[in-house]
Design a protein around this ligand. Structure first.
Ligand code: GDP
Length: 305
């Protein structure tokens, strides 16, 4: 087991003791350590390279060189840049204050479209979000499944929606996903639902038919939130998946699931960089209340180790 980044950096700072000031070489050496920490956290290589280049610019441009505690100052720069890279930003490009929330600012029903591979946690997350909206935001929520290929998935959504205190719209496996979703939308309008969450089919690997289908759903529903659900344990593979979904859909946010697993969560950085969409929520258990607003600052510490 490699030692934590903070340990390695403090060793490095020690070896520099007696130097009048920290040099560009010292910064380069520290950045090598940061690079290693990110690779150990399973962040994809091109994402690591990009990130290091940005941190280097910031580090050299700021008070790190010549600072009294250069090691800490550099770790601070890295930490801040990681948090900035993963979380939501305000209009000035600064990390947004407060926990992430779903955007429902539209004429109701606000539609939320769930995208991702099979097994990523879409159905579970649909129920978690429904519960969150019902309990925390006092919304009337309807869910519907577009997974006509797996009747079991439709049943699973029915069960977890009931647990969430929301309502479920039935889908017939013989119908087209777009028709099912539009029928649910019509039902939601007529019965004054605030939110409709549309769960979709996933495949074990990305394929064109799946992408065409979810694009059609997006075009028909015009969702205010299009959430990409991705398994944190997927590590570097998350990049390819994110790329494919990001190219197919205008993603408004990411839900990083299974953060309770033992991964360092480097996928967060990769997926955020590749799609440009902020990570809004994290799944932290299989249970229906296992959802947290994503905390970029805290996650930065975890990724760095
Ligand atoms: P879908 O195919 O994308 O709809 O995925 P599911 O919602 O069926 O989830 C697949 C598996 O992952 C199930 O066994 C879930 O219980 C599990 N799962 C989903 N989210 C989490 C999470 O945040 N933590 C853990 N530990 N398991 C999760």
């Amino acid at each position: 087991m490699a030692s934590a980044l903070s340990d390695r950096l403090s060793r490095l700072v020690k070896t520099m003791r007696g130097q009048a000031r920290i040099t560009e070489d010292n910064v380069a050496e520290m950045l090598r350590e940061v690079r290693m920490a990110l690779l150990e956290a399973d962040v994809a290589l091109p994402v690591v390279r990009d990130f290091i280049a940005r941190v280097k610019l910031k580090a050299l441009g700021q008070d790190v060189v010549g600072s009294l505690t250069p090691g800490q100052a550099l770790v601070g720069v890295v930490h801040k840049e990681l948090a900035r890279t993963m979380g939501e930003l305000d209009a000035n490009g600064e990390p947004k204050a407060g926990p992430s929330e779903l955007n429902l600012a539209t004429q109701p029903p606000a539609v939320i479209l769930m995208a991702g591979l099979q097994g990523a946690g879409k159905t579970t997350t649909t129920a978690k979000l429904a519960k969150h909206l019902v309990e925390k935001r006092k919304k009337k929520v309807l869910t519907v499944s577009g997974d006509v290929y797996r009747p079991a998935a439709i049943e699973q959504l029915k069960t977890v929606t009931a647990q969430a205190g929301a309502e479920w719209f039935p889908s017939q496996p013989s119908d087209q996903p777009v028709d099912i979703a539009l029928a649910a939308l019509d039902h939601a309008k007529r019965h004054y639902f605030d939110v409709l969450i549309v769960d979709t089919a996933g495949r074990l690997a990305i394929d064109e038919a799946l992408m065409a289908e979810i694009r059609a759903l997006h075009a028909a529903l015009k969702p205010i939130e299009t959430l990409f659900v991705v398994d944190a344990m997927q590590g570097q593979d998350a990049v390819n998946t994110a790329q494919a979904f990001g190219a197919a859909l205008p993603l408004s946010g990411i839900v990083l699931t299974k953060l309770d697993g033992d991964s360092r969560g480097g996928a967060a950085l990769s997926v955020r960089s590749v799609t440009g969409a902020p990570i809004k929520f994290a799944g932290v258990s299989e249970k229906i209340d296992g959802l947290e607003a994503f905390d970029a600052e805290r996650h930065a510490g975890r990724v760095l180790g």
